[in-house]
Ligand binder design. Sequence first.
Ligand code: UGA
Length: 429
Amino acid sequence: MKLTIIGTGYVGLVTGTCFAEVGHQVICVDNNESKVKLLQSGGIPIYEPGLEELVKKNVAAGRLRFTASTKDGVENSDIIFIAVPTPPLPDGAVDLSFIEGVAREIAASMTSYKIVVDKSTVPVKTGDKVAETIKRYCKAKVEFDVVSNPEFLREGFAVEDLMKPDRVVIGVRSQRPVAAMKEVYTPFNAPIIVTDINSAELIKHAANSFLALKISYINAISVICEASGANVQEVANGIGLDARIGRRFLDAGLGFGGSCFPKDLSAFIKISDQLGYDFALLKEVQRINAQQMERFFKKITETLWVLKDKKIGVLGLAFKQNTDDVRSSPAIDLCQRLQKEGAILRVHDPKAMDKAKDVLKNVTYVENMNDVADGCDALVVATEWPEFKKLDLERTRKALTHPILFDGRNLFDLLEMEKLGFIYKSVGR
Ligand code: UGA
């Protein structure tokens, strides 16, 4: 099928590439010309495991190409996916100006029937607005259908999530685009849910909010565990084996961050409010998340007391493992709090140091994770990178002036840390 994806961010670029990988003809459009040039020359603007190889393979096979022209994309495809950012506004609502702008551009270039699919996370009822906009700005007055097809990929696992989705949600206003949309997704062998547009849009916000709720729930349990001497990982394993609950997204720690959960929660609370419902449950999810960071920070200050001029090593800057994304990263937030109190930081991240340099200044970026602790008063683990489990703990203990390790992601074994002689503080255990 001939497909165009507008927006080459985490969602758009991976989606376009995976569509090409299963045999579709894909054009990826971005209005950032330097990004398009980079992609055309074989460069990849983000780190996502497996992506670079897939892009190269599909460009070479002639199934994937990049352009800065929306007109080119619209004229040469039947289905156009919108995958542009929907950033938060200061009041928690969503900035839909990129969606509106792209809808207008698509409308201006349409000369025959097109299916316009929204992939970006948007508030319920956005589909209606996109349809109105296209109708208003399409001079050629051709027929079109608007579809909602929310994306559920996780950064760091995006290729895997896209190639093997748990489900595909297709929201439509009429039956006309259904067959073509199903054909797009047939190669992925996933259950397909066809529903109305409002429900499809709501599925995305409801899913992300529920996952955030799950994390806040286990973080609240971690507080009870600390107060009672229980171990949150044991509790998570015990409740997670109940198939109705499931073990995933029950890892207590510094709380959730990233460009999705915090933003989507605020947006969902806002929309619910506009629809006449006070979603207090989700406000509590936000409150627990903020408190989790406070509690961890307090653990550090209670142990180290005055932070001014203390040298602290920090492992992890990305908002989670397997990504170079530092947007709304709890790790960066923690670093900035430590800096505010006068601490001197030595930091390391396997992939996110370049991006972190834009937001985290006046720290020493250390290339090798085993060198971070050198001369530090304490070491902090802030991101759940699996490679941190391979840290040379013997060397780290000797490198620290005091063997204090704060583990915000519960990566290490309690007994082993005790045996190695660490003063080891983790979350909920
Ligand atoms: C999330 C959803 O998981 C995706 O399904 C969705 O498509 C995406 O948002 C989106 O809306 O685009 P993502 O933000 O990439 O994906 O990352 P997650 O793996 O969900 O992690 C989010 C945050 O929760 C991270 O800061 C992570 O450290 C934290 N987390 C996750 C925990 O603290 N504990 C857990 O058990 C799991």
